[in-house]
Write a protein that binds this ligand. Structure first.
Ligand SMILES: C[S@@+](CC[C@H](N)C(=O)[O-])C[C@H]1O[C@@H](n2cnc3c(N)ncnc32)[C@H](O)[C@@H]1O
Length: 235
């Protein structure tokens, strides 16, 4: 069961960073017209949520969630790679949402639904308990200054919301090109009682084979910040 937050409760989840970007008028109109068909509905259980997708074999379809999909390059890649599965993308940056919708249209993918809100709020209001098979968090904003660390997405409170919404054995993949944030991620996931590292002996994981190296990752690499990957399992 999901929860409907009051306005006061919503305000507790501050979202930092860009919200709109350079959104052309025609993209704003396209977004407004397209989003209703792609939105999630509060209070759905897993079966009801999956039934909103048009995939043929919903009983074997996996439910993926990408948080902070940016311009949607990675999410669109996965959606095309796994047309039998169902994907949810969450982001607050409208220019990126618009870019994702255009990509999905161009490649003819109909297996993605989108929530435009703070990920914590989306988890509470729209993601059913025990529903997610795969979770992806690639290159979340690093907030490197110590006084800004509390803005980071990966926090114990966030993992406490996410864990019960994942199925047992479900996988969470994370990546960052900020070495200090990668250690922070590792510490937070290692310390959490519902997550276990899939890497024998612990530490970072290799980049999963089907992962696309995005423009964002390439930029970090060229700037001398190679990506580090984590792969944990919900236990
Ligand atoms: C640095 S970008 C990375 C984008 C993308 N994952 C990539 O690898 O190119 C981080 C993304 O997370 C989104 N974001 C930041 N805080 C968020 C939050 N609390 N909930 C949802 N999305 C968030 C931002 O809008 C941005 O698109």
């Amino acid at each position: 069961m999901s929860i409907k937050l009051t306005a006061d409760e919503r305000r507790r989840y501050k979202t930092h960073g860009r919200k709109r970007g350079f959104l052309k008028d025609k993209d704003a109109v396209h977004l407004k017209e397209t989003m209703p068909g792609l939105s999630l509905v509060d209070g759905d259980g897993r079966d009801e949520l999956l039934a909103r997708f048009k995939q043929k074999n919903l009983s074997s379809a996996k439910l993926w969630l990408e948080i902070g999909f940016g311009n949607g390059e990675f999410l669109a890649h996965l959606a095309a790679l796994h047309p039998e599965d169902c994907f949810i993308g969450v982001d607050v940056f409208l220019e990126g949402v618009s870019a994702l919708l255009r990509r999905l249209e161009r490649q003819g993918s109909d297996n993605v639904r989108v929530a435009v809100d703070n990920a914590n709020i989306v988890l509470l209001e729209k993601i059913p308990l025990d529903s997610l098979d795969r979770v992806i968090i690639n290159f979340p904003d690093p907030w490197p200054k110590k006084r800004h660390n509390k803005r980071r997405l990966i926090q114990k409170a966030f993992l406490d919301l996410l864990a019960p919404r994942m199925r047992r054995g479900g996988l969470i993949s994370l990546a960052t090109d900020w070495a200090e944030y990668s250690e922070w991620m590792l510490d937070h996931l290692d310390a959490h009682k519902y997550f276990a590292n899939t890497v024998e002996g612990g530490g970072f994981a290799p980049q999963p084979q089907e992962w696309l190296t995005t423009r964002f990752q390439n930029k970090g690499q060229k700037a001398g910040r190679p990506a580090r990957h984590l792969l944990f399992k919900k236990i």
